[in-house]
Design a binder for this molecule. Sequence first.
Ligand code: SAH
Length: 259
Amino acid sequence: MKTEVRAKKQLGQHFLNNLQISEDIALALTTPPHDVLEIGPGMGVLTQFLLNRDDVNLKAVEIDGESVVYLHRNFPDLKVIEGDFLKMELSTVFPGDFNVIGNFPYNISSQIFFKILEYKERIPAVVCMLQKEVAERIVSTPTGKEYGVLSVFIQAYYDTEYLFEVGPENFTPPPKVKSAVIRIKRNARVHLDCDETLFRKVVKGTFLQRRKTIRNSIMAAFPQLKGTEHPFYQLRPERLSVDNFVELTNFVQSTLTEE
Ligand code: SAH
């Protein structure tokens, strides 16, 4: 159909063509608040089911001008913000808390999550479709082979659920990778019991060399730790829970401030 949006690879455009899956994603958002931001509506396949919900007050952000024209034409009531989610001032979108939903552009999905984490106090829940490997990383628990930086950062503030897998045949054009839908919900943690900037450095520094023991990687990241001992030093980073990383961060902090 000539009225359809031409898929642009650089924008991660793979349009879902399965209505049942679209509806399942739209209904997977099960908790308040009513205000919901959809990232990347494209031609509105999820949007239509979200607009059908009486308990959802929807706004959408879409970077692609051609999709925005299509959405205005086909969903005149939809509030569309034309722009880049990553550059958006999220605090102005809704007056209070809001949930996030979307079939995310896979090339920027980690960046989307880092932005969501910056606004975690305002975003109680997220339902999204992602590349399957990234979805698995986000929900992976300690000792899982997918467990990594993104798992620790997200699980520090959100409970995560893997909902279902979606094959490439359900998209036009089909992506080269498998996809999966996840749901994350804000947990009770208000802040970490440690310096959060140092926490991020410790987590990133240890996972930089995930096959090495923490002794090796932490000394590389913080040479001042030479000569110290800690029970976690003999483990690999994938063994540590969020609370373990908090403990390790406080240990690093105490050693740094001793000097
Ligand atoms: N939700 C639609 C489209 C998914 S493809 C569907 O399921 O069919 C990803 C969508 O995100 C595309 O419409 C793309 O234009 C949009 N997008 C890509 N980068 C974006 C960004 N930085 N901000 C907002 N939207 C973006």
